[in-house]
Structure formats: C-alpha cells, structure tokens
Ligand binder design. Structure first.
Ligand code: HEM
Length: 186
C-alpha cells in the first residue's frame, strides 16, 4: 500500500511542479502583456495624431499643469520652455511611433533616462509628469479621451517611464519596474 502511494507521489510530483512553473510563467506574461497591448498601442497612436496639430498649446498646458500640481519640479527646468515643449512633444511622437518596436526604441529611451538623471530627475518625479500628461490629453481630446484611451496612455507612459528610470539607475531593478506607480499619485 505504501509502495503504491510512494509511486503515485513520485509520478504526481513532477507534474505538479511543472504545473506550478507554468502558472508562474503565465503570471509573468500576463503582467507584461497588461503593460501595453497592440490595441492600446493603436489607441495611443490614433489619439496622439489628434493632439499633434495642437502640440505647442498642449505642451504649454502640460507644463502649466505640472508646475501647479508639482511646483517643486519647476527649478529643474533651466532652458526656454517653448523649446522644451517642442522637444517633449517631438520625443513623445518618436516614442509613440515606435511602440511596436520596443527593442528599437529602447536605446533612445535609455539615453533619455540617463540624461534625465543628469537633470536631477528622480524616479518619484515620473508620477506627477504622467498625471500632467494624462490631464493634458484629456483637455485636448475631450470626449475622445475615453476610459479605454486613458488606460492605453497609462500603460504606454508606464512603459516609457520604466525604461527611462531603469536606465537611469543602470539596471533593471524590480523596485522601480512599476508602470502602476509611474502614475500612482494621480
Ligand atoms: C516619458 C517621459 C518623458 C519624456 C518623453 C521626456 C522628454 C524630454 C526631452 C525630449 C527633453 C529634451 C532634452 C533631452 O532630450 O535630453 C527633456 C528635458 C527635460 N525633462 Fe523630460 N521627459 C520625460 C519625463 C520627464 C520627467 C518625469 C521629468 C521630471 C521632472 C522631466 C524633466 C525634464 C527636465 C528637467 C529637462 C531639462 C530641461 C532643461 O534643460 O531646461 N522629464 N525631456
């Protein structure tokens, strides 16, 4: 009887182990997939195309909102804010256009992230910036800024911010791999 039980356990154990491993892998994939899926990429690309014609005023609104909600960040910006607005919108445009090719986009985001660390930007500064970005998109898109579009931008900003932050600390530490927290405070 004991021999039969031992035999059954020996057979069942590898299967259970495999099932647990597969569950763990699928949990990781689900998390990765939920960061940004193809539908969300399309929604972000379509909605950004609508913002492009008003890129300059949108950038001005973005910084006004950012400095209202996080006045402590104003001191980090030393240059001309109109030029800065153009650079920001242009970089967002490049990133949004390449969302289907993250490996191709990564080097530019890593460089950007490292430059940002040099400007004095800290990981916790990404949340208010993400909040101001979502607010600006809401103002610019009006009714077209649906919940689905909002979630898509939240996911995309999380991916961009994570990539920049991870490069800034020089590793892919899990402590700041958190699309959720990139917008957590807004
Ligand atoms: C997706 C996120 C972001 C994008 C795409 C972005 C894009 C840019 C770009 C294109 C520049 C121009 C200079 C350069 O290319 O190095 C810039 C500068 C800068 N950004 Fe960002 N940025 C992002 C997030 C942030 C965050 C979270 C902060 C925090 C406050 C920030 C603060 C700054 C500052 C201080 C500068 C330099 C301004 C100056 O020299 O006056 N950015 N950013």
């Amino acid at each position: 009887m004991r021999a039969v039980r031992d035999c059954a356990l020996r057979l069942a154990f590898p299967l259970m182990k495999q099932a647990m491993q597969m569950e763990a892998i699928s949990a990781i994939h689900t998390k990765e997939d939920s960061n940004m899926n193809p539908k969300q990429i399309a929604l972000v690309q379509e909605s950004f195309a609508k913002v492009l014609p008003i890129a300059d005023p949108a950038a001005a609104m973005f910084y006004k909102r950012l400095f209202e909600t996080a006045p402590e960040l104003k001191a980090l910006f030393k240059g001309d804010m109109q030029q800065q607005g153009k650079r920001l919108m242009s970089m967002i445009g490049v990133a949004v256009g390449k969302l289907n090719d993250l490996p191709g986009l990564a080097p530019a985001l890593h460089d950007l992230g490292r430059r940002h660390a040099g400007y004095g930007v800290k990981p916790e500064n990404y949340a208010p910036v993400g909040g101001a970005l979502l607010w600006t998109l809401e103002q610019g898109l009006g009714a077209a800024f649906t919940d689905e579009v909002k979630q898509a931008w939240t996911a995309v900003y999380g991916v961009l911010a994570d990539s920049m932050m991870n490069a800034a600390v020089g590793s892919s530490q899990t402590t700041i791999r958190s699309s959720g927290t990139a917008l957590a405070s807004k």
